[in-house]
Each structure stands twice: as C-alpha cells, then as structure tokens.
Design a protein around this ligand. Structure first.
Ligand SMILES: [Zn+2]
Length: 92
C-alpha cells in the first residue's frame, strides 16, 4: 500500500522514492520558510529566556524556567511543521 503516494495537487500517483509529481510538477518536501522562522524564533526565545532567568531571584527562577518552557513550544511546533513534508505546487 505504501508503494506509491498521491500528489496533493492533482491526485496523480507518484512512485515511492520520487519527490516530484509527473502530472503537475509539484514537489514533495518540507517548508524551508516555516523552518527558518521556527529556528529564528527559537533563538529569540532562548535569548529572552536566559535574560529572564538571569534576572530572577529565588522562586522567580522556577517561574522563569516554566514560562520559558511554554514559550519554547511555539518555535518547536513551527520547526516540526516545517519538517513535515507536503506537496508544493510552486516554489512557495
Ligand atoms: Zn501532481
């Protein structure tokens, strides 16, 4: 059943191992735009978090670490989305 996949644009069957649809020319790949946004956001969140934690005292450090973990979930989701392969008709 996994021998071939279907193009997300024209529905043409694409043989396993192929990343380009012969029917419409769509590409099966991740999204580098989403991926790079996720990486930039991740660096930003780490930078902000280190500032928050370094300026915290006592029990505030725990709050700082917890809020950093919440913040870090956003870029991690973006990176996961960017790595997930989809059909792209144009160089989006
Ligand atoms: Zn196609």
């Amino acid at each position: 059943m996994d021998d071939e996949k279907r193009c997300g644009h024209c529905g043409n069957s694409v043989p396993k191992g192929y990343t380009v649809c012969r029917g419409c020319g769509a590409n099966y790949r991740g999204n580098p735009k989403t991926l790079s946004r996720g990486i930039i956001l991740l660096i930003f969140v780490i930078w902000i978090s280190s500032h928050i934690i370094s300026r915290s005292h006592g029990s505030d450090i725990i709050t700082g670490i917890l809020s950093s973990l919440v913040l870090i979930a956003v870029p991690v989701l973006l990176i996961r989305n960017g790595l997930r392969k989809k059909w792209y008709r144009f160089n989006a």
